[in-house]
Design a protein around this ligand. Sequence first.
Ligand code: 5GP
Length: 211
Amino acid sequence: MGDSRGILIVVSGFSGAGKGTLMKALLKNYPEQYALSISATTRQPREGEVDGREYFFITKEEFEKMIAEGELIEYARYVENYYGTPRAYVEQKLEEGKDVILEIEIQGAMKVKTAFPETLLMFVTPPTAGELKRRLMGRGTEPEDVIDSRLRRAAEEADGMDQYDYLVVNDNVENCAEEMHGIIQGEHRRCFRNMEFMERIKQDLQRLKGE
Ligand code: 5GP
C-alpha cells in the first residue's frame, strides 16, 4: 500500500511497567519492521546497561550542547536527570520505512505529538498499582528513595494516560507485544496514512469509467 514512510510510535508507561522487555520482544519478533530509538541521558548506567545500547550516557554539558544545536526531537527532566531523543536516527529510519519506537515519558510524548501530529501514542501499564510497586522493588536496582520518587511520578503520569491513543495492559509479555503489534498494523491501514494509494485507485477508476 501507499505508506512507505514508517510510523512514529511513542510508548510510555509507568517506570516498572515492563516497557523495556516489551520493546525487546517486539524487535525480536519483527526485526524488519521496527527500529528502537536510543535516547541520550544524564543518568548513571544501571548494572548491565551498555553505552550505546540502552542509552547514550552523557554529561549534563554534552546534553545541553545537544539541546542548543537542535539535535534532539524532544527532551525532558525525569527524577533529577535529563532524557532526550536524538533526531538523526529517527528521521533516517522513518525514511527507510521502519516504524520507529520512542520509549519516553509523558512530557516528551506530548511534545512529540505536537511536533508530529501523526504519531501513534501507546501507554503501557501493569494490571494493578500493587503489581507496579512489586516490580519496581523486585528490580533491586534502585534505592528506596528513588523507588518512592518513581511511584510519585507514576501517580502524576496516571493523570495523563487519557491523552494517549491506546492503553495496553502488560500482564504477559508475549501477549502484550502481539497486541501492540496488532494495533500498529491497524494504524498502517488508517485512511490518512494511505492518501497516495487512495488517489491512485480514484484516478484508475475515473480512467476505467471513461474507457
Ligand atoms: P529509566 O531511568 O527508567 O531508564 O527511564 C526513566 C523514564 O525516562 C522512563 O519513563 C523512560 O521512558 C523515559 N525516557 C527514556 N528516554 C527518554 C527520552 O529520550 N525522552 C523522554 N522524554 N523520556 C525518556
